[in-house]
Design a protein around this ligand. Structure first.
Ligand SMILES: NC(=O)c1ccc[n+]([C@@H]2O[C@H](COP(=O)([O-])OP(=O)(O)OC[C@H]3O[C@@H](n4cnc5c(N)ncnc54)[C@H](OP(=O)(O)O)[C@@H]3O)[C@@H](O)[C@H]2O)c1
Length: 335
């Protein structure tokens, strides 16, 4: 049922350290009306992603912080309800950046029409969207995996990590995941087809990881930083590549955490390169072609963790920072 008002979740205050529910506020506003050249989207799915922790803070970053008192920012899949834009009509399903709210206006900039017959529309926020593309470009462009090499990725059951390991397998590598808990590890091996997965919460995590990588690590796709990074680092082979994608274990840290041993960067001739998925925007066509084909042929699988109702978004987002999600985290805002 369409709501008669626009429920919005605002950023109420900026967190110091770990965010809490008090940093968010649910409010209601009138549904906006599109002006000339604009359209109104009704949100179906809201994507919850780790980068949102960065937007809650006003620390210097590659992107502008979310404004206090404004709806939280976020990628959305929505249905066009009213259009005064020449390229869009009511009923179109679009990938956009509507934020944490029921309805959003758009000028059409950055919007992409989706074909619901091609793939479930929610995948445009996950495996066929920003997280999938992050895995694809980070692994292939920076990781440069070669057949027979060992590729290690943490948050392996998540949106990015799950795709990293599966592409590593497609490229003939040994894929080793790191995940929080036995159930996630079972899924990573049994469903996603990784060669192995180690639980970073296990007391003997370091011993298990070393035993699982007998030939060392050639590509470490860095998703988490923190204690996992410290454990991986000594296992890196000479000339290992490290696409530095994310450091989720450190996003709530109030003071900088100790970094890796830079002496081994020199001694082992490591290649570390940080990246933001948009650096590789020109690869989007290759990404959609390859990952779309791997999905259709059953070589690449995905899992979604769908939470019901916009009002659940803050709690679900807090859970993401603690590993409570199991797969790409989405909020179903409307049916
Ligand atoms: N550079 C870019 O352009 C770009 C784009 C997209 C995403 N990213 C980054 O990629 C990473 C993964 O993102 P995602 O969207 O795929 O999220 P996700 O894996 O679906 O969810 C986050 C996962 O991180 C793990 N985690 C949380 N705290 C942790 C900790 N202290 N130590 C170890 N693991 C922890 C948890 O998995 P477990 O329960 O398995 O530990 C949690 O489920 C994030 O760092 C994100 O910021 C970067």
């Amino acid at each position: 049922m369409a709501s008669s008002t626009n429920r919005q979740i605002l950023l109420k205050s900026r967190p110091q350290g770990a965010p809490s529910l008090d940093n968010f506020e649910l409010t209601e506003a009138p549904i906006p009306k599109p002006g000339e050249g604009e359209l109104l989207m009704r949100t179906r799915y809201l994507s919850l992603d780790p980068y949102m922790r960065g937007r809650m803070s006003d620390a210097k970053s590659y992107a502008k912080p979310a404004a206090v008192g404004a709806p939280m920012v976020g990628g959305t899949v929505g249905e066009v309800v009213t259009s005064r834009h020449p390229n869009y009509a009511a009923g179109d399903i679009v990938l956009g950046y509507g934020g944490w709210q029921d309805y959003a206006l758009s000028s059409g900039a950055g919007l992409r029409k989706l074909d619901p017959a091609a793939a479930p529309v929610s995948t445009a926020l996950g495996v066929l969207g920003m997280p999938g593309m992050t895995a694809y470009v980070g692994l292939l462009e920076i990781g440069q995996p070669k057949p027979g090499e060992t590729v290690v990725v943490a948050a392996a059951s998540g949106a990015v990590g799950s795709v990293v390991g599966q592409i590593a397998k497609i490229k003939g590598c040994r894929a080793v995941g790191i995940a929080g808990g036995a159930e996630k590890c079972r899924f990573v091996i049994g469903e996603l087809g990784f060669d192995a997965c180690v639980d970073h919460r296990a007391a003997d995590f370091a011993r298990q990881l070393e035993a699982t990588c007998p030939k060392g690590i050639d590509v470490y796709f860095e998703n988490v930083g923190g204690a996992v990074q410290q454990t991986v680092w000594p296992l890196l082979n000479d000339f290992a590549r490290i696409p530095v994608c994310g450091l989720i274990a450190q996003y709530n840290a109030a003071t900088p955490m100790p970094g890796p041993d830079m002496f081994s960067v020199l001694r082992k001739r490591l290649l570390l390169r940080g990246f933001i998925v948009s650096d590789f925007a020109a690869k989007q066509g290759d990404f959609l072609r390859d990952v779309g084909e791997w999905m259709r042929s059953g070589r690449l699988k995905y899992r979604e963790d769908v939470v019901e109702g916009l009002e659940q978004a803050p709690a679900a987002f807090l859970g993401l920072l603690q590993g409570k999600n199991f797969g790409k985290l989405l909020v179903r805002v409307s049916k």
